[in-house]
Design a protein around this ligand. Structure first.
Ligand code: HEC
Length: 205
C-alpha cells in the first residue's frame, strides 16, 4: 500500500516538473562567492581602526602546523640534507592513517596504487602526475617525498592545508613506501618477521 502511494506521489511530482530536461536543475549562480563583497589581502576595511583588512596575529601565536622542535620533521630536511627515513616509528596504525590520506589527497592524480594511472593524468595536457612507485621515486629519501607534500613541486601544489600535521604527512610517505614495496623491487623473504614469512611461504607461488 505504502509503495503504491509512494509511486503515485512520484508520478504526481513528476507531472508538476517542466517538460524539458534542462529545466530540471534550478539555475544556481555559481559565481556568487566570487561576486559577493568581501575583504581581500592588503585591501581597506573601515570597520577596523587602522583601516586595514589584514589583521596582525595575536602575540605569541604560531601556525597550527608548525613543528618547531626539529626542522627535519617540519620540512623533511635538516642541515642541508633530506631525512633518509621518517622520524616517526611506523606501525600498522600509522600506515592506516597514511593510506587514508594518500587515497583522499594523492590518488586522484597519482592513481590509487601510486603508479600514475588516473583519470586526471589521462586528461592532463601539461606535465602529468608521475608514477610514485617507479625506481626514480623509490630512490628518493623519505624527506624528499615529504617535502613535495609541504612545498609542492612544479605544477603540483602543496598539500599542507589538507594533510595538516607533520605526523599525518610522514604517515602518507610511509604508506607510499608500502605501495612501492608492493609493486617494485619487492621484499626479501628473509627480511620479514617470522609470522609474516611463514604466511608468505604458504601463500605465494
Ligand atoms: C592535482 C593532481 C595532484 C595531486 C592531487 C597530487 N599530485 Fe603529486 N604531482 C602532480 C604533478 C602534475 C606532478 C609533476 C609536477 C611537475 O613535474 O611539474 C607531481 C609530482 C609529484 C612528485 C614527484 C616530484 C619529483 O621530484 O619528481 C611526488 C613525490 C608527488 N607528486 C607526491 C604527491 C603526494 C604524496 C600527493 C598527496 C599528498 C600528491 N603528489 C598529490 C600532481 C598531483
Amino acid at each position: 500500500m505504502g509503495a503504491v502511494r509512494g509511486a503515485l506521489f512520484v508520478l504526481a511530482a513528476a507531472a508538476l516538473l517542466p517538460g524539458c530536461d534542462d529545466d530540471l536543475l534550478p539555475s544556481i549562480n555559481l559565481e556568487r562567492m566570487i561576486d559577493q563583497s568581501k575583504d581581500k589581502s592588503y585591501g581597506d576595511e573601515p570597520y577596523f581602526r587602522d583601516g586595514r583588512a589584514m589583521r596582525t596575529p595575536p602575540r605569541d601565536s604560531v601556525p597550527m602546523t608548525r613543528a618547531d622542535t626539529q626542522p627535519g620533521i617540519a620540512v623533511g630536511e635538516a642541515a642541508g640534507a633530506y631525512l633518509t627515513r621518517s622520524p616517526f616509528p611506523i606501525t600498522r596504525g600509522v600506515l592506516n592513517v597514511g593510506r587514508d590520506r594518500f587515497q583522499t589527497y594523492c590518488a586522484a592524480c597519482h592513481g590509487i596504487s601510486g603508479n600514475g594511472e588516473s583519470i586526471v593524468a589521462a586528461n592532463m595536457t601539461l606535465r602529468k602526475p608521475p608514477s610514485l612507485v617507479d625506481a626514480r621515486v623509490q630512490g628518493f629519501p623519505d624527506g624528499r617525498i615529504y617535502q613535495v607534500i609541504v612545498l609542492g613541486y612544479g605544477l603540483m601544489r602543496p598539500y599542507t592545508e589538507d594533510i595538516t600535521t607533520p605526523e599525518e604527512r610522514w604517515a602518507t610517505v610511509a604508506y607510499l613506501r608500502a605501495l612501492q614495496l608492493s609493486q617494485g623491487v619487492g621484499v626479501p623473504l628473509a627480511s620479514l618477521p617470522p609470522e609474516a614469512r611463514r604466511r608468505a611461504e604458504q601463500e605465494l607461488p
